[in-house]
Design a protein. Structure first.
Lengths: 245, 245
């Protein structure tokens, strides 16, 4: 039986369904633009927006401006395009405010694991404030060790560079062999964490990265966080008492 | 009696109290950071944030990050600063969502003026989507001519350059002599609009620019939009029937 003193988590599609949320938020934004008078069908805009995101990246700041540029001139009529972009931004924030929620099994599992003395941390990629905002809106910061939250943007190293994982362990004062990483993206999460000697858990929930495979096998494969609690108990002696309701 | 076919408005501190709103939003953001564990008094943070805004400008994107950098290290403890910035951003958006409202006399006046055939437009300075978002959240776009909304960021000319006002009149297909501009900032709003031959209205509501004076006198001085409706009726024959309730 190995030992684990800290479990680091990926955020996107590991703690909440980024894929489902993004789809919902983007559709809400496009519907708001059409509501504001944009003369193009929602489905046409959604396809164009998907292309914009593929071309410019998901963290690009001006998706909606680019979408509007790509539509025929007639779609905007004589209206100021900023009014459509602003309607989209307002709707996007509204979806974030009302619908950002963790996978239902996540808060309970993190709560129980944190109560039995396991340190819980984050290793994630993206803009610092955007990733931190997700943790706050998901209501999960209460379970996390505040000294063990690492965002690539702040560390200066990006996935899948194994250095990001090694540096996180150093900064959290833990040997990689005592640390576990839980993520959904095999090549980005499993291979580099394996490379530095961490235990790795691939969480498959049917998300956008589930078809990918890693070059090195994960230590464990799970489908939800109940399985995570179970394997931490059986293989690592973590005494997370499960409260069944 | 002159004639006026279009009235352009400034947004900030003319259609709503930017000063009061910003103060409320910034205080909410600072209180959220302290709530999230920031070890510094709210008043100290507010003073520091005011300095940041003076130094970096009000449209700078990273006020809260700069505030955190300026506080003593002990204030952040061992927490990731992005968690504080994100708490501030969430609170700021929340204030925007709940409290952004026009001066109480504005919607009625714009509604009545638009119904008697006067064109109502905007000439404003700032980032395009941010200014458009204000118009949408204030609920005022329904009264505006969609072809007459001009934001410095999109026009490529900034206040107080008179070219911004001339270009807005050209693009709205109106002679400056037939156009009126209503703003609160004498040197930025009155002098350049006077320079291109527009009618000018200085609206003094006790806001942050009320102590400033223009080099050339405004055509009119008002203190609220009831006075605007009155002068449009008396001096320009605009038949805005006032509904008294």
């Amino acid at each position: 039986m190995g030992t684990v003193s800290i479990v680091f988590f990926d955020i996107d599609d590991t703690l909440y369904s980024t894929s489902a949320f993004s789809r919902q938020a983007r559709r809400g934004a496009v519907e708001a633009m059409v509501e504001a008078g944009l003369g193009a069908p929602v489905e046409v805009c959604m396809r164009e927006l998907d292309e914009v995101i593929t071309e410019f990246g998901s963290n690009y700041e001006r998706h909606f401006d680019r979408l509007l540029q790509r539509l025929p001139d007639e779609a905007l009529g004589d209206r100021n395009p900023a009014l459509f972009s602003a309607a989209a931004v307002i709707a996007y924030h509204d979806t974030k405010f009302r619908h950002l929620a963790p996978f239902p099994d996540v808060p309970g599992a993190l709560g129980r694991l944190s109560q039995v003395g396991l340190r819980l941390g984050i290793i994630t990629e993206g803009p610092a404030v955007k990733q931190a905002e997700k943790l706050l809106r998901l209501g999960l910061t209460q379970y996390l060790d505040p000294t063990a939250i690492f965002i690539s943007d702040q560390v200066g190293i990006s996935k899948p560079n194994p250095k990001l994982y090694r540096r996180a362990c150093q900064l959290a004062h833990v040997e990689p062999s005592q640390a576990m990483y839980v993520g959904d993206n095999a090549p980005n999460d499993v291979d580099p964490a394996n490379a530095v000697g961490m235990k790795t858990v691939l969480c498959r929930r049917g998300g956008r990265h589930d078809h990918k495979s890693s070059e090195t096998p994960p230590t464990h494969i799970i489908h939800n966080f109940e399985e995570l609690e179970a394997l931490l108990g059986s293989d690592y002696g973590v005494g997370a008492k499960r409260e069944r309701t």
